[in-house]
Design a protein around this ligand. Structure first.
Ligand SMILES: C[S@@+](CC[C@H](N)C(=O)[O-])C[C@H]1O[C@@H](n2cnc3c(N)ncnc32)[C@H](O)[C@@H]1O
Length: 231
């Protein structure tokens, strides 16, 4: 069983190597660019990790990247800090240190899905709090974007577990988010790296789905849920 708390606390560099191998086609930056309004000046990122999404956010915007793990945020800061004006801040997604209405866009990538395992009995309430915090921080007319997995090493897109399926349905049916799906397959420099990184984060069963070839690939589907405040 993979211990994600341990990974985010102690293996941030390995996580960063893994996500840098994702989306070899470059689909994510394209779709994020389409979903984020062109005149966006202030972006709040929740659970920024090592900065993989942060790098895709508009360079002209003021960005505050929040994250629960100091170790992950340090990697993000080292990779992005010098080149961009970004505020980095450790914070729990369920209690963000931001004033109401600050952001034009609030974005969270692959964060709240963990609550389904980490807080099994109260997952729904924890996810509601986190989504509520993103919405509180948005200005009227602002946009929230949430990304989550729709399958790693699977032949088609779909929620990998019943808990995630309930979470995704709730975003749509209760919070009014709209889903789009994009392929974000991994491509690795060689087989040894592929097996090392995929096993480390997804486990041995998923590592068996790594494709053949000198630069092996692994299928990944990503869901992007968007909601715009129309009040
Ligand atoms: C799968 S990683 C995604 C990181 C990053 N968004 C990315 O695109 O690579 C999940 C991240 O969520 C963070 N996280 C999990 N629960 C959190 C919480 N309650 N508050 C803030 N961050 C949290 C973890 O520390 C980890 O960095």
């Amino acid at each position: 069983m993979v211990d994600y708390h341990q990974i985010y606390a102690e293996q941030a560099d390995a996580y960063d190597r893994l996500v840098r191998a994702e989306d070899w086609r470059g689909n994510l930056p394209r779709i994020i660019n389409e979903l984020i309004p062109p005149r966006c000046e202030r972006v709040l990122e929740v659970g920024a990790g090592t900065g993989r999404l942060t790098r895709m956010l508009p360079h002209s915007a003021r960005i505050v990247a929040t994250e629960g793990s100091e170790a992950m945020l340090r990697v993000a800061e080292n990779g992005l800090g010098a080149a961009r004006t970004i505020g980095f801040c450790t914070a729990d997604a369920r209690a963000l240190p931001m004033r109401d209405g600050w952001a034009d866009v609030a974005i969270a990538g692959w964060v709240f899905g963990h609550f389904c395992d980490w807080h099994e009995a109260s997952a729904e309430a924890e996810i509601d709090r986190a989504i509520g915090e993103m919405r509180r921080c948005l200005r009227p007319g602002g946009t929230a974007v949430i990304l989550e997995t729709l399958g790693t090493g699977t032949p088609s897109a779909g929620a990998p577990t019943p808990g995630l399926e309930r979470y995704y349905r709730r975003m749509e049916d209760v919070f009014g988010f709209t889903r789009s799906v994009v392929e974000t397959d991994y491509e690795f420099a060689d087989r040894r790296t592929a097996e090392e990184l995929v096993t480390f984060f997804f486990g041995e069963e998923t590592a068996r789905e790594i494709g053949p070839g000198e630069r092996p690939r692994l299928r990944e589907f990503t869901g992007l849920w968007t909601w715009t405040d129309v009040a």
